[in-house]
Design a protein. Structure first.
Length: 565
């Protein structure tokens, strides 16, 4: 058993920003950062376009960024949160610059600013087309200098510990569910360890791997959301999965697809269908720079009409110098597969990219579970509503990491019971039959303590005999989600998806009950839970709004609601 003051799960922009802040303010306290992968294998590392921020008040304004965010969010953003993120953003961006992140500059020393879909101004700071890699590098370097941060890699967090593990009945109606820490599978020893913490932050990122093709790396399996759901915390708006319009289409490639940043269209790239027609004008007056939901649906419609698996992104009118100055990584990637962007068009297709919903938090990053905070892509703060504005997520992660730091450190000594979060929106759905191992009778631990938390109970489990039971179920899950719960949905498809997920769930639970745990099994189990939450949210939403388009309900409902599960 280990004990720490602050436990941070995830080493992307959200987790590392929070860790740096608390470690800096409390040099005598321990901060433990854990990741299931290598230090920098995160969605953050792959971010290309940049970070949207207002830092040119001559040509831009907070109000314009707020309006752009609200328009993209299609009526479902929390206006208060939008104002917080936009207005606090510049200070947070300056902090990461002070930690060493470099953004491209003009010859006169001013920042270069890019544009992406849905933005009315050029406001996206970037580091060529590898902005996330640069930000992650700066954060990891800064963390390495902070003596009271311990960074543990290859540790897979299995579940958060609550009263449930002490033998108490916990359900959705339990008002005081508290987090005492986590159970972790140490991937080096294969043992499950117990880590107790006064404050736990979930910064576990997105869930793109639930779909067959995604821009997300393999870590993006929605673990944090699944854990909170199992622990009876609140999850919100999971139906709003953002498909990026332009992932590179490579025949036969499944899983992570290479992104062609929207900034390419911001600089003048043009989408064309199989006949060479620049089709976006038929769908939206903003053409190639309409918000992402509109562009992805337009591409989907063109692909269906022509029976092709991709459309084209035309950059042939760029000079090589201009293109490589901003997009050297994309240029090299295309060249490596025989595409010279000055001569050939780039084949592109939509791919799952970003989860707008997630663990419901308030404006301080507090989840519905005591002592448990969430920020970054795993959280649903209210910023994105029904569709995230491009390049707003790195900004959101930093603003909310700061807010989690402010609130959690104010409540640290002794850990206070705060007043319950009010959950706007309707509460739907019954949790299915989730088993959490290791539950025994015990005493409620003293506040912030955890002496009574039992060790993980793996009695009676054996090594799984056949990995194919896991790998095949994963393929099935990804197919079901891509074919029935993709860009365009309807009730029949959603019902079919739910029936298939039920079967996958049943089979995977049997495996989980009887097997010693592996990351593959844990991720599959989490992804089925996330798939279930997406389908459930999509089934409850009887309208088409933002990223959720259901042909049975093509219009918007007058009832504006968040779907809380
Ligand atoms: P991540 O950076 O994904 O980090 C998650 C961390 O959690 C990882 O360390 C992971 O290992 C760890 N983890 C997960 N589960 C467990 C577990 N069970 N146990 C232990 N550790 C766990 N946004 C923008 O604003 N601008 C952009 O230009 C942009 N471009 C993008 C391009 C691509 C290709 C992608 C995929 C995303 C892009 N995004 C962009 C979105 C943005 O990058 C992400 O939303 C953001 O980086 C998420 O940061 P995070 O800290 O929340 O999560
Ligand atoms: C991109 O660069 O196109 C991705 C930006 C984002 O997801 O915000």
């Amino acid at each position: 058993m280990r004990q720490t003051d602050f436990l941070v799960i995830g080493s992307g922009i959200a987790g590392l920003t929070y860790a740096l802040k608390v470690a800096n303010e409390f040099p005598d306290k321990n901060v433990l950062v854990m990741t299931k992968a290598t230090a920098d294998e995160t969605n953050t590392k792959y971010a290309q376009g940049g970070i949207a921020v207002v830092n040119d008040l001559e040509n831009d304004s907070f109000q314009k960024h707020i309006d752009d965010t609200l328009i993209a969010g299609d009526g479902l953003c929390n206006i208060n949160v939008v104002e917080i993120v936009v207005k606090e953003g510049p200070e947070r961006v300056q902090e990461i610059i002070d930690w060493g992140a470099k953004f491209d500059k003009e010859k006169d020393g001013d920042y270069k600013r890019g544009k992406e879909g849905g933005h009315s101004e050029f406001r996206i700071l970037h580091h060529k087309d590898v902005t996330g890699k640069e930000m992650e590098r700066a954060l990891i370097d800064a963390v390495a200098k902070q003596k009271n941060i311990e960074f543990i890699k290859h540790c897979f967090v299995v579940d958060i510990i609550t009263q449930h593990h002490l033998g108490y009945l916990v359900n959705k109606a339990t008002p005081d569910v508290a987090c005492y820490g986590v159970y972790v599978l140490n991937l080096e020893t294969g043992k499950i360890e117990k880590i107790l913490a006064k404050i736990t932050l979930l910064a576990t990122g997105g869930n793109g791997q639930v779909y067959r093709t995604t821009t997300n790396p393999s870590i993006a399996t929605g673990d944090g959301v699944a854990m909170v759901y199992r622990a009876k915390g609140r999850i919100e708006n999971m139906e709003f999965i953002q498909f990026h319009p332009t992932a590179l289409y490579e025949p036969g490639v499944r899983g992570q697809a290479f992104l062609i940043t929207e900034a390419v269209r911001g600089d003048g790239g043009i989408l064309r269908n199989n006949s060479g027609e620049a089709f976006m004008g038929k769908y939206d007056p903003r053409k190639d720079l309409a918000p992402r939901d509109i562009v992805a649906r337009a591409i989907d419609s063109e692909m269906k009409k022509t029976g092709t698996e991709h459309v084209w992104l035309d950059c042939r009118h760029f000079s090589k110098e201009k293109f490589t100055e901003h997009f050297p990584n994309i240029y090299e990637k295309c060249l490596s597969i025989g595409i010279d962007i000055t001569k050939h068009m780039i084949p592109v297709a939509p791919a799952a990219h970003y989860s707008c919903g997630g663990i419901k938090t308030d404006e301080w990053g507090r989840s519905s579970i005591w002592n448990l905070y969430a920020c970054g892509e795993c959280a649903s703060t209210g910023l994105h509503g029904a569709n995230r504005l491009a390049s707003n997520s790195l900004l959101e992660a930093m603003v909310f990491a700061h807010r989690c730091y402010m609130d959690s450190t104010a409540h640290l000594n002794p850990p206070e019971r705060r007043t319950s979060q009010s959950h706007k929106g309707q509460l739907y759905g019954e949790q299915k039959n989730f088993r959490i191992s290791g539950s025994v009778q015990g005493q409620i631990p003293p506040s912030g303590g955890g002496e009574a938390v039992p060790d993980w109970n793996a009695a009676g489990t054996t090594e799984p005999k056949e990995m194919i039971l896991i790998t095949q179920s994963l393929k099935e899950l990804q197919l079901v989600m891509s074919d029935y719960v993709g860009i365009v949905r309807n009730d029949v498809r959603l019902q079919r998806a739910m029936r298939r997920l039920d079967l996958l769930w049943e089979e995977t639970e049997q495996l989980y009950e009887s097997s010693s745990l592996s990351p593959q099994l844990l991720e599959l189990r989490n992804m089925i839970t996330v798939g279930y939450l997406i389908v459930k949210g999509a089934s409850f939403r009887k309208e088409s709004r933002g990223l959720h388009y259901n042909t049975d309900y093509p219009g918007k409902s007058n009832l504006i609601q968040n779907i809380v599960l």
